[in-house]
Design a protein around this ligand. Structure first.
Ligand code: KPL
Length: 308
């Protein structure tokens, strides 16, 4: 079942693993621009998503993983949480063609070693997106912002030259053609930047149970956002994750304003009683800081309150 059209019939579909908010939004972006895709579901009974694009609804069909044929996947987009990527990829490993490209969209850092055990680094791509969407009930996804999505290669086996290899023809004729998507040779820098922003927005919005915009609009919340951003920025500069003149707070303000109606992915997880990505955000920041003898009291306090 190919759910996106392909007028030329030339491009193989991208298979999307993880039919949550981001996976469904990516499927919608592909469908809106007539690029072929297949949105996968883990559960045979889970067959349908409705995506609100602001001005219209899109109906999307899901294909159960159990119905995947061997070796059909040329391109896989993994839109699961950081801690679930490796298991999710392992579940479709029979479906992956030998040369398949695997694009991992997860937020956070610290899950890369586990990923390396299921995907060869030469086929691994990383994506960073400022797109935002949230789920409404079990089938509906509401787009809060189409944002910008960047895709690139991490250096392989410590070889920093590898990330300068250009995108494959498949990638440049499909995902890189989407309006809000682009190729990024320096993807690691973008991953670090998003990590720092998520280390502020995600735990705090989950703790305060507020939409992203409130973090900078509500005076008391803005003070707490500023305090946490100062802590994260100081550590991130020491760890080489944040550089340049821009303050983390100004980047956080920009993201909160452009996704003001969104519930952060961590708040969505907390409200739904799901495991969140916090161990790969504030948890990972704290781990790295601790190794350097730096304290992160606000992040640790939020982790204690949110993870118990
Ligand atoms: O990445 C996000 C998330 O919620 O995980 C942001 C950009 C903060 C959007 O909500």
């Amino acid at each position: 079942m190919r759910t996106g059209k392909d007028p030329d019939g030339l491009c193989p579909p991208w298979y999307i693993l993880g039919a949550g908010a981001l996976g469904t939004l990516i499927a919608g972006q592909l469908q809106a621009q007539e690029k072929p895709f297949i949105l996968l579901s883990r559960d045979r009974a889970d067959r349908h998503r409705r995506l609100n694009l602001g001005d219209r609804w899109l109906d999307l069909s899901l294909q159960p993983i159990a119905e995947l044929q061997q070796g059909v996947i040329q391109g896989l987009i993994v839109a699961t949480k950081a801690g679930d990527c490796s298991n999710a990829i392992a579940q479709v490993s029979d479906g992956l063609a030998a040369e398949a490209e695997v694009l991992v969209m997860a937020n956070g850092l610290g899950f890369e070693p586990e990923l390396a055990s299921v995907v060869d680094s030469s086929r691994l791509l990383r994506g960073v997106s400022t797109a935002a969407a949230y789920r409404q009930g079990s089938e509906e996804v509401i787009t809060a912002s189409h944002g910008e999505t960047y895709v690139g290669r991490m250096g392989q086996n410590g070889n920093s030259e590898d990330h300068h290899k250009p995108p494959s023809l498949f990638l440049s004729s499909s995902l890189c053609q989407l309006k809000t998507w682009s190729w990024e040779a320096e993807i690691e820098r973008r991953i670090h930047r998003k990590f720092c922003i998520n280390c502020v927005v995600n735990p705090l919005s989950a703790f305060l149970r507020c939409k992203n915009g409130m973090l900078v609009e509500h005076p008391d919340y803005r003070t707490q956002t500023q305090d946490l951003a100062s802590e994260v920025e100081e550590v991130a500069r020491e760890l080489g994750l944040w550089s340049g003149e821009e303050t983390l707070m100004s980047a956080v303000v920009a993201v909160c304003q452009s996704t003001s109606d969104n519930l952060s992915s961590t708040l969505q997880d907390v409200l739904a009683g799901r495991k969140s990505e916090l161990p790969f955000l504030s948890g990972e920041l704290h781990k790295r800081a601790e190794r350097k003898g730096i304290e992160t009291p606000q992040s640790v306090c939020l982790l204690d309150k949110l993870l118990g």
